[in-house]
Design a protein around this ligand. Sequence first.
Ligand SMILES: Cc1cc2nc3c(=O)[nH]c(=O)nc-3n(C[C@H](O)[C@H](O)[C@H](O)COP(=O)(O)O)c2cc1C
Length: 172
Amino acid sequence: MSRIQVVPNSKEFVLNRNDFIVSKTDMKGIITYGNKIFIEMSGYGEKELLGKNHNLIRHPDMPRIAFKIAWEMIQNKQEFFGFVKNLRKDGGYYWVWANITPDLDTNGNIIGYTSVRRKPNPKALEIIIPIYKKLLEAEKSGGMDSSKTILMNLLEEKNMEYNELIIALQGV
Ligand SMILES: Cc1cc2nc3c(=O)[nH]c(=O)nc-3n(C[C@H](O)[C@H](O)[C@H](O)COP(=O)(O)O)c2cc1C
C-alpha cells in the first residue's frame, strides 16, 4: 500500500506524519539526489528528476518572494524554513514544511544544498494559504517589491524574524 494519501475529490496529496522528503541540488538548484518519498510524491521517475532544475515541481500558487528569501538565506550559509506547495507531474499538488541547508566543504565553501520536508501542520496552512494568495496578487500587480513590503510589514507587526514565524506556525 502506498504511504501517500489522496484527499478525496481533490488534487491534493498528503504526506504521512512520519515521512521525510529529501532532495539535494548542486549550487544552481539542479537535482542531484531524491529519496524514495520525494520520487513518489512528485509523481516523476528518478531518471526524470535527476539533472533537472528543482523548479520542475514549482507550483504557480507559490509567491516568488518565498523562493527569493530561500535563495538569499542559503547562499548566505543560513538555513531556511518555509511552507511550500509543490506541483506533481500529474497536475496534483502537495504541501510541505521545508528546511533547506547549504552543504559546505571543509573550507566552508558551499558545494550544494540539501532539503528535508515534513508534513505541514494543517493549522499553519490555514494561515499561510491566504498570506500566499495576498503575496501572489501583490506580485501580479506590483512585482516582488510589493510582496516583499507586505511580508516585511507582517514580520514587523509580529515582531518576528522570517524563520521564527515559520517555525512558530508549524508549532515545533
Ligand atoms: C535543495 C533545494 C530544494 C528545493 N526544493 C524546492 C521544492 O521542493 N519546490 C520548489 O518549488 N522549489 C524548490 N527549490 C527552489 C527552486 O530552486 C526554485 O528557486 C523555485 O522552484 C522557483 O523557481 P524559479 O527560481 O525558477 O522561479 C529548492 C531549492 C533548493 C536549493
